[in-house]
Design a protein around this ligand. Structure first.
Ligand SMILES: Cc1cc2nc3c(=O)[nH]c(=O)nc-3n(C[C@H](O)[C@H](O)[C@H](O)COP(=O)(O)O)c2cc1C
Ligand SMILES: Nc1ncnc2c1ncn2[C@@H]1O[C@H](COP(=O)(O)OP(=O)(O)OP(=O)(O)O)[C@@H](O)[C@H]1O
Length: 356
């Protein structure tokens, strides 16, 4: 997948999904779906267009370069830095830092990610200018998809409907995706489902952050449509874990990664560069996020103990999928007491992981 923040290298023409897309959650996925090549083809078939003339796939008589030029490239257009960071000056942690976002978008079938540099100039563009200068001129946009509550342009004055009206002047169709809510949550609540409940359950980055902060991993995973993951390279720790029978892999995470509630988790772990024939599900374990008060830990650490793992893991990249929050971190009176508790954590985690 092409990732660019320069207007020079963009593959055009484009079908664009617009927004911040932190987390690439289920709501985001619904917004991205209409711009994917398969959906574009379906849409045209529905409109009775001749696909051979304007296909998203290379056509028979064109050279690869010509067909590459002719194709409409599925493109996610987002902002860098995150607008919240630009306006507040506060660095923001993210559910999906850039590498993770790229991986998620790539797995959905998106061809390119355009990171518009969010600066004074871009933030001051009127909705009209955003459409004319960015979408039409720079991106040669042929199709747009946004969520129902999408806002854009100076002071977020443009709505999704405004985008539809402005884009229509350039013959660009805009798909407005209805708000996606957490249906599970709604169906468990009593009959007087009201707008407040729906608003509170709109699938959003903020709702996922709140769920992770509260240790409600099941909810966060449901809203994401996949497990929340922590991806990092294994770095040396204090090497105390092995002395109590629980060696741990200490993970170095991206600085801007959003961390869930401190404490102990049941996890599944994918180890990169591992034999691809070994099922990813075979790596089960427990993870602790915290300061390790029992051993007077001096810094915050994210560490994973894998069940039945014989080797060391130094320098390997681990993708840790969070399954369930087990308990908060505690200060134990002795290493022996900590060891007994970790044994218990492992038993509980094995049971949970076997049932998921
Ligand atoms: C499943 C698990 C639970 C843990 N729970 C706690 C805890 O409640 N309190 C604490 O101080 N440390 C806890 N730890 C951290 C241990 O203190 C730490 O793994 C040990 O000191 C080894 O650190 P090292 O990898 O830097 O050698 C936990 C570790 C694991 C793997
Ligand atoms: N639950 C949802 N249903 C439908 N569309 C959504 C939903 N959430 C976001 N979108 C749309 O997806 C695109 C990207 O969303 P964006 O990341 O900008 O906002 P967000 O997910 O609501 O984040 P936050 O919670 O931080 O406000 C936008 O077009 C937005 O309108």
């Amino acid at each position: 997948m092409l990732v660019t923040s320069s207007t020079e290298g963009i593959l055009t023409p484009t079908a664009v999904a617009l927004g911040k897309f932190d987390g690439v959650h289920i709501g985001h996925q619904r917004v991205i779906q209409p711009i994917l090549p398969s959906a574009q083809d379906q849409e045209r078939r529905g409109n009775g267009e001749n696909l051979a003339e304007k296909s998203t796939l290379p056509t028979g008589n064109l050279t690869p370069l010509e067909s590459q030029k002719k194709r409409i490239h599925s493109t996610v257009v987002t902002f860098d830095p995150h607008p919240h960071e630009f306006f507040t000056g506060q660095p923001r942690t993210l559910l999906t830092p850039l590498d993770e976002k790229v991986e998620q978008l790539r797995s959905l079938g998106v061809e390119q990610l355009v990171l518009l540099p969010f600066d004074k100039e871009l933030s001051a563009l009127s909705p009209q200018d955003f459409v004319a200068k960015i979408l039409v001129q720079q991106l040669q946009c042929q199709q747009i998809s946004v969520g129902e509550d999408f806002c854009f342009g100076k002071k977020r004055t443009g709505t999704a409907k405004d985008l539809q009206t402005l884009a229509a002047k350039f013959n660009i169709p805009v798909t407005i995706v209805p708000i996606q809510t957490d249906i599970d949550e709604l169906s468990t609540k009593s009959s007087d489902i009201n707008t407040t409940l729906t608003e509170n359950n709109r699938i959003s980055t903020s709702l996922i952050r709140q769920s992770l902060e509260a240790g409600d991993i099941e909810k966060a995973n449901r809203l994401l449509g996949r497990p929340y993951t922590l991806t990092g390279v294994v770095i040396p720790g204090q090497k105390l874990g092995r002395t109590i029978g629980f060696p741990t892999a200490n993970l170095q995470l991206p600085k801007d990664k959003f961390l869930p509630h401190q404490g102990v988790y049941a996890v599944r772990v994918v180890i990169h560069s591992q034999n691809p024939e070994v099922s990813a599900n075979e790596n089960l374990g427990v993870m602790n996020i915290g300061n390790r008060p029992t051993v007077n830990g001096t810094h915050f650490a994210v560490e994973v103990h894998l069940f039945d793992w014989p080797d060391d893991l130094y320098s390997k990249e681990l993708v840790v999928q969070l399954v369930k929050f087990l308990r908060p971190e505690q200060k134990f009176p002795s290493l022996e007491a900590l060891k007994t508790q970790i044994q218990l954590d492992c038993t509980v985690a094995r049971e949970i992981l076997a049932s998921y």
